[in-house]
Design a protein around this ligand. Sequence first.
Ligand code: CUA
Length: 312
Amino acid sequence: MSAFPVFDPASSLARPITQLTSITFWLGLGVFLLVAGLLSWFMWRYRHRGAGGEPAQIFGNTRDEVGWILGAVALVGVLLFLTVRVAGQSSPDTAGPNPDVYVTAHQWYWAFRTPGGAETAGELHIPAGRRVLLDLTSADVIHDFSVPQLARKIDVIPGQHNRLWIEAAKAGTYAGECNEFCGPQHAWMRFRVIADDAASLAGAGPDSPAPTLVAGSAAAHGAQVFREVQCSACHAVQGQTSDFPHDGAVGPDLTHFASRQLMAGGVLTNTPANVQRWLKHTQQVKPGARMPTLPLSDQEINDLSAYLEALK
Ligand code: CUA
């Protein structure tokens, strides 16, 4: 992943924005150097040298004033023209086609769902070299979807469906984050976009089989705990929790959880030790998260993490 994503565009949708940023920066720097240079020059050239009385007092100069007003208007006009052009290039028409992925923002994680019903969280898989149309809405407050290398950013608003094209020219992993302050864990509302050469959209397909759990194993016991302590009241695992209808509005879908790189909105890398830490100290790891710290025994935590890490 890029250290300076804003300056490292990886798509034809993001490149014009980076170019506009550079043009604006260099133009601004030019204006600054001109003004600061002239100011310094005048301060030195017309400094008080101890002789003579008060200098000539000048009020206004029509030629100079018209000059700098027109100059400033011309500069702003050029920037306006470039900005409108870039806005068109980075936001192609979204009216026609059906969305490829439905994105729902939650405090504080991102859910991604395909029209076929596959759902995942925190990680969006897209095919490289193809534009993907997103439909974005929020389950609670206003968020903002931003993957600087792949597209413009866009507000994600409850009750409204915004649309956005994203594209990765090459295979790779691209950092995404929420860009609108949305509560105490706003900074931990991150996600990754993973572009591969033959990725299925979002995550795995909707009917990819759920793993078979060996009877009597820690994972099988974990599955039982998952139902009994009602993890499944908030989290769906497709193929495993169909008896607990999931309204998709509470916690992240955990189908194929084990195949994800990060968890809990990017606050932890996905390892068995971190899953256990999360289950044990949820509210310390991510204060304010909707998930309470559950009264689980060490054995239950161990088995739950075995179960979750079996969901490949
Ligand atoms: Cu969601 Cu900030």
